[in-house]
Design a protein around this ligand. Structure first.
Ligand SMILES: [Zn+2]
Length: 163
């Protein structure tokens, strides 16, 4: 994304950096997020860790707020993710899959490195071109399960006939 396009998301870039201060961390480092809906509503979130699992990443905490408020997949416009370590990290692989399943391919994902002040933006589709096909996997699993049930019935009938 060009810096002009990114400038139009300055609000969520700053709100993500602000949200980072509320992160509850034990093992990793602070991450803050702000997500902008197409109607202009903004939700903030941050990572929340526990001594056991699961660790809740900032992206997931933020999107859960939007889902609870009643928003749907196509209502999301952009998410900014702010962190204190060096490098360009627009969401981990787990969060990219989560974003794919609960938002839309046109979502703009903005990484905000507070250490270097570097800001980069991508569409989710560009960032995550080969998502795990959850619906397809579910269908295949159901077919396999029903085949197994049929096989078991046949085996048990043959067993009974033989006895
Ligand atoms: Zn993550």
């Amino acid at each position: 994304m060009s810096s002009n396009e990114l400038n139009s998301y300055e609000d969520i870039v700053n709100l993500a950096a602000q949200a980072l201060n509320r992160a509850i961390i034990i093992k990793t480092s602070k991450v803050g997020c702000a997500i902008k809906m197409k109607d202009g509503t903004i939700f903030q979130g941050f990572n929340i860790e526990s001594r056991g699992y699961p660790i809740l990443h900032a992206e997931i905490v933020t999107i859960l707020s939007a889902i609870r408020a009643g928003y749907n997949k196509n209502d999301y416009e952009a998410i900014a993710i702010a962190y204190e370590f060096k490098g360009n990290y627009p969401a981990c692989a787990c969060c990219r899959q989560f974003l794919w399943e609960h938002t839309n391919p046109n979502l703009i994902v903005i990484s905000v490195c507070l250490e270097t002040k570097e800001v980069n933006g991508y569409t989710l589709e560009t960032l995550y071109p080969l998502p795990f096909p959850v619906e397809q996997a579910k269908t295949t699993l159901n077919k396999e399960l029903s085949l197994n049930v049929v096989d078991k019935e046949q085996v048990s009938k043959e067993d009974l006939n033989g006895k």
